[in-house]
Design a protein around this ligand. Structure first.
Ligand code: SF4
Ligand code: SF4
Length: 386
């Protein structure tokens, strides 16, 4: 396992972070035996992370009973084996944030949170709320002064403009954001974070890039001899502004597929560079003059249709037969609030406002309608409410 400096926090953290959002379970719906099994699984997943050299766990107040399970693991494996990040909803008031900090400490059985994250600064309103005189960041700073928290961070599902504005407040030592091979839009925010010495964690890149842990044969063939999973990891880590990647394992075995290539040199090898080029070339050749470059210049849409995300899913479905992933993501649209913003294609009124803004001259309403045909299925629910 390699380690990188986590921005101005100064922590040396592993390039993989164990994202503890998939170990929780609903305690009200299990038998005693099932509960024992799920708790043992959580501790064993932490043990496997530790054995692999992972020294950072990312949890949240909103991830069900994740904090309690992390606390069990820390008790068994040793508090000093991991740096712990937990997150509190960014719009929690000053009082609620104070209460949440104490609850998080109690749930995890620790006396200091290494990194406390203002969870989900996804909009300007949330940034204002978090940083207002009665907002959560003030409570986080006071907790830092009292020694309950070591470092203050934020996470965001936003694009580069809001990320940059938030980074420039100078309030945060690390940031969690989206950036991976099929969504490169936040490259400038990663650069800004590097310039400001803010550590960068990439949020669930294997899932959001395209469920790369179960790649389609078409994508595997394009990436071969590298696996799509490894290629995406290596591509993100070839950016020196990236500190760590969140791997959301649900059990010890799920780490295994992530490990190949992780100890290689930081720059992409010639083989990996060629695989990235083939990925891009395949999209260009398959999609021809209907390829969306995910530039976001068509936004905003008056009906709030999520044009770039829908067409990103179309790109992946058409180029690599990634329809299962496309359906999973597409059917979350309309119900994701600012965590996964925008509406599905059926909200398009064909007003034409987006057309002159598209540098690729795409027939956006037609492509949206076509994507609706390919990807529409039963609505899905997000894993957690935030
Ligand atoms: S044509 Fe459809 S997608 Fe384009 S701006 Fe109008 S409503 Fe939005
Ligand atoms: S402007 Fe065109 S290329 Fe850019 S995101 Fe919108 S549809 Fe895609």
């Amino acid at each position: 396992m390699k380690y990188r400096r986590y921005g101005k926090s100064g922590l040396k953290i592993s390039v993989f972070t164990f994202g503890a959002m998939r170990i929780p379970f609903d305690e009200s719906k299990v038998t005693g035996a099932e509960r024992d099994k799920a708790e043992a699984n959580a501790v064993n997943t932490m043990r496997k992370a530790m054995e692999l050299g992972i020294n950072h766990i990312d949890t949240a107040r909103d991830y069900g009973n994740s904090e309690r399970l992390v606390g069990m693991g820390l008790k068994e494996l040793g508090r000093n084996k991991f740096y712990i990040t937990t997150k509190i909803n960014a719009v929690s008031s000053y009082d609620d944030t104070k209460r949440n900090i104490d609850e998080a400490l109690e749930k995890m059985g620790i006396d200091r949170i290494d990194i406390l994250d203002a969870h989900g600064i996804n909009t300007d309103e949330k940034l204002q709320s978090a940083t207002s005189p009665n907002g959560g960041v003030k409570a986080m700073q006071e907790a830092r002064d009292e020694g309950k928290v070591a470092h203050i961070a934020f996470s965001s599902h936003a694009g580069p403009e809001l990320l940059t504005r938030t980074l420039e407040t100078g309030l945060f030592e690390t940031v969690s954001l989206h950036y991976y091979l099929s969504y490169r839009r936040n490259a400038s925010a990663v650069d800004k974070a590097k310039e400001l010495d803010v550590g960068v964690l990439i949020l669930s890149p294997s899932e959001k890039c395209g469920m790369l842990y179960k790649p389609t044969p078409e994508l595997s063939e394009v990436c071969d001899p590298v696996t799509p999973l490894a290629l995406n990891h290596r591509w993100m880590l070839s950016n020196s502004g990236v500190s760590t990647l969140a791997i959301g394992a649900a059990n010890p075995e799920e780490f295994d597929a992530h490990m190949p290539g992780i100890d290689d040199t930081d720059e992409l090898t010639a083989e990996e560079q060629a695989a990235v080029q083939r990925w891009e070339q395949t999209e260009t050749e398959t999609l021809g003059d209907k390829r969306c470059t995910i530039c976001f210049k068509c936004m905003p849409c008056p009906e709030n249709v999520a044009i770039p995300e829908i067409l990103r899913l179309r790109n992946l479905a058409c180029a690599f037969d990634m329809t299962e992933f496309g359906k999973m993501r597409y059917n979350l649209l309309g119900d994701g609030g600012d965590w996964f913003p925008g509406e599905q294609s059926d909200k398009c009124t064909q007003c034409g406002e987006c057309l002159p803004k598209c540098p690729e001259k795409l027939d956006i309403p037609a492509l949206l309608a076509e994507t609706e045909q390919i990807l529409k299925a039963e609505p899905k629910k997000r894993l957690w409410g935030s």
